[in-house]
Design a protein around this ligand. Structure first.
Ligand SMILES: Cc1cc2nc3c(=O)[nH]c(=O)nc-3n(C[C@H](O)[C@H](O)[C@H](O)COP(=O)(O)O)c2cc1C
Length: 403
């Protein structure tokens, strides 16, 4: 068994163990992948300020996300088709998150159904909704999520149309995979994955098959998903869905200060500053670069979380110090799952917590709640000519990197 010391190790193992079609699905962004790349490289531009001779005992990464106690302010973001990376993947990830003490979000496009995950976990998990044209389906899935005890609805707003990822088209991505000669050859080298898949019945989209009108098999499922994302989704519809949900509401996919204000008006308990991990609008700015403008617009009116590009505890620390109240991770936990199932998700969380804790200590902090701009060196032009509010930016405390 290889020694795992960082998220990159899990990614390598994921690549080796999961079929190419599914690893590529995880490891891709839309079109040129500029936004996908910059989500991580922009984190690298922010540097940390070391502090010495500070009492580093009694440190804590514990925090709260939407009044829930969490071991660290890092939730598992919703990821579609997780159960194809590793058999029963959603159940494994939800269990790992529960044991670790962080929230798990189940995607609408999951392989394991809401009911299935609820049956195999004991803590309430969060449910992510894609708004579909079939309103009846939407109403019923919200009811199912309520019945399963989901505490929080994460409503994703940045996918009314699917961003094009070249690799998915070239690989003929499908769940379960189409058995072409190339796929069969690839599968023959992923024996561990194949054996586990043979041992489960969960190979289709469990929230949809048997629940959406006329979706009973793979062919009707593909047709349904292609047609169903609601092109007419607008803020009025968001408000209506919010009214149907009694629990906490998170609006995900916010990348603009004005949109953040609208999300607050809709009653969002939290927003996720996110570009969907670079999978939707290629050419959009990275989440971390947009974060300051959103912090200025709505800080204190709703919780501000960030995802897209987080691959380490240092990244989590940077997001928090830049003003986020919490974070979500997507690929970082998915690599763990693809590498080693439930144990891999746990390992990814352990890696991130250790990095967060140690980095925090070396920055002279003992509590994540105290992180702030004072811990960072941010390039003077980090928001650059894109800043939408230059006056406020000038007032913000931005430390410049020494030449
Ligand atoms: C393979 C994959 C599938 C995803 N599926 C969903 C989904 O079903 N619903 C959703 O809201 N976001 C989805 N996302 C976006 C994630 O929730 C999250 O925003 C993104 O992964 C964050 O970027 P990161 O992977 O760099 O951490 C998906 C991301 C990936 C990588």
């Amino acid at each position: 068994m290889p020694v795992i010391t960082c998220i990159e190790d899990l990614k390598r193992l994921h690549k080796r163990r999961a079929p190419k079609m599914f690893f590529d699905y995880a490891e891709s962004g839309s079109w040129t992948e500029q936004t996908f790349r910059e989500n991580t490289t922009d984190f690298e531009q922010i540097r940390l300020r070391q502090k010495v001779a500070v009492d580093m005992s009694d440190r804590s990464t514990a925090a709260r996300m939407l009044d829930e106690k969490v071991a660290m302010p890092v939730a598992l973001a919703p990821v579609g088709m997780t159960g194809m990376q590793n058999a029963d993947g959603e159940i494994k990830a939800a269990r790992a998150a529960e044991k670790f003490g962080v929230p798990f979000t189940l995607s609408t496009m999951s392989i394991c159904s809401i009911e299935d995950v609820a049956e195999h976990t004991s803590a309430p998990f969060w449910f992510q909704l894609y708004v579909m044209r079939d309103e009846d389906f939407v109403d019923r899935i919200l009811e199912r999520a309520k019945r399963a005890g989901c505490s929080t609805l994460v409503l994703t707003l940045d996918l009314q149309l699917l961003g094009q990822r070249h690799k998915d088209l070239k690989n003929g991505l499908s769940a379960p995979p189409k058995l072409t000669p190339a796929t069969l050859l690839d599968l023959s080298t992923r024996w561990r994955w194949g054996l586990e898949m043979l041992g489960t019945k969960r190979r289709f989209f469990g929230n949809i098959v048997g629940h959406a009108a006329d979706v009973e098999d793979a062919r009707s499922l593909m047709k349904w998903t292609a047609e169903q994302f609601d092109l007419k989704l607008d803020w009025e519809k968001v408000r209506k869905i919010a009214q149907k949900w009694d629990g906490k509401l998170v609006l995900k996919g916010i990348l603009d200060a004005e949109d953040a204000k609208k999300a607050v008006e809709c009653g969002a308990d939290a927003i996720v500053v996110s570009n969907h991990g670079g999978r939707q609008l290629d050419g959009a700015l990275s989440s971390i670069r947009v974060l300051p403008s959103i912090v200025r617009a709505v800080k204190g009116q709703t919780e501000i979380w960030l995802d897209s590009g987080i691959r380490s505890g240092q990244d989590v620390l940077k997001a928090l110090a830049m003003g986020a109240d919490g974070t979500m991770i997507g690929r970082a936990w998915l690599y763990g799952l693809g590498a080693m199932g439930e144990k891999g998700v746990t390992t990814s969380l352990e890696v991130i917590r250790k990095e967060l804790d140690l980095t925090m200590a070396l920055c002279g902090e003992r509590d994540v709640a105290n992180l702030g701009r004072h811990n960072l060196l941010v390039p003077e032009d980090f928001e650059g000519r894109w800043a939408d509010d230059p006056e406020a930016r000038a007032q913000a405390e931005i430390h410049t990197l020494p030449a």
